[in-house]
Design a protein around this ligand. Structure first.
Ligand SMILES: [Zn+2]
Length: 227
């Protein structure tokens, strides 16, 4: 196996069996750049590929920091809707982008079966869009950016902040930038200007700077679209 990776044994909270998952060594997580929607590019190895753990016995899948902590009703829903049809296969070891997409889609399926919050669904959809960006499959990237956008909008309206680690201003920024990336420049401009005008945003000067840049870009793109 790639020497930037290592395997670790964990208990699956859905089937209570021990499984082996693959993690990236901390020293390998060197950031190369960040896209304007927060997608991180790494040196050496794509850390995102390993962010979902999948149980090869029962098909339960989740982001690694959310893998534990299932309620009894979740376990029942997973058994009835996923494990029953699960064809055993392993996600341990090195992953390519397609294996990563498969793992993330299983995590999305688990969230849907659990009736999870829209903020959790949005987070996974956004990462699937990034994986399609790495794969240079722009039609599917846009499709999942749209799914993420719809779920973040719903979460913004109906959930209490912070959404896990996501604060309100950063969530507004992501919504604005996703609107821009799916070509809805009017909505993007509205959301970016709300951030720039928001008193709470003053505590995040780098985010205001990014919002100003992206506001201008969206304006230029809108003008170009209308010519
Ligand atoms: Zn399991």
């Amino acid at each position: 196996m790639n020497d930037l990776l290592y395997n670790k044994k964990v208990m699956c909270p859905a089937c209570n069996r021990e499984i082996e998952v693959t993690r990236v060594k901390t020293k390998a997580c060197k950031v190369l750049s960040r896209d304007t929607d927060m997608c991180v590019h790494y040196e050496n190895i794509n850390v995102l590929f390993y962010d979902v753990w999948v149980c090869d016995n029962c098909g339960y899948a989740a982001l690694q920091d959310k893998f534990e902590g299932l309620f009894t009703r979740d376990v029942k829903a997973i058994k009835e809707n996923i494990s029953k049809n699960w064809i055993k296969r392993s996600f341990t070891g090195e992953r390519d982008v397609d294996k990563a997409i498969e793992a993330f889609k299983l995590a999305l399926l688990t969230l849907k079966v659990r009736n999870a919050k829209n903020s959790e669904i949005a987070k996974v959809c956004l990462r699937i869009a990034w994986l399609y960006r790495f794969k240079k499959h722009s039609a599917n990237e846009i499709k999942y950016l749209n799914f993420a956008l719809e779920a973040y909008k719903d979460a913004y309206q109906n959930e209490r902040f912070p959404l896990d680690k996501l604060d309100e201003i950063t969530c507004m920024y992501i919504i604005a930038e996703l609107f821009r990336r799916v070509g809805k420049f009017d909505e993007a401009i509205t959301w970016f200007s709300r951030i720039v005008a928001s008193p709470e945003a003053r505590s995040k000067p780098s985010l205001i700077d990014m919002a100003r840049d992206q506001y201008q870009l969206a304006k230029d793109q809108l003008a170009e679209q209308n010519t």
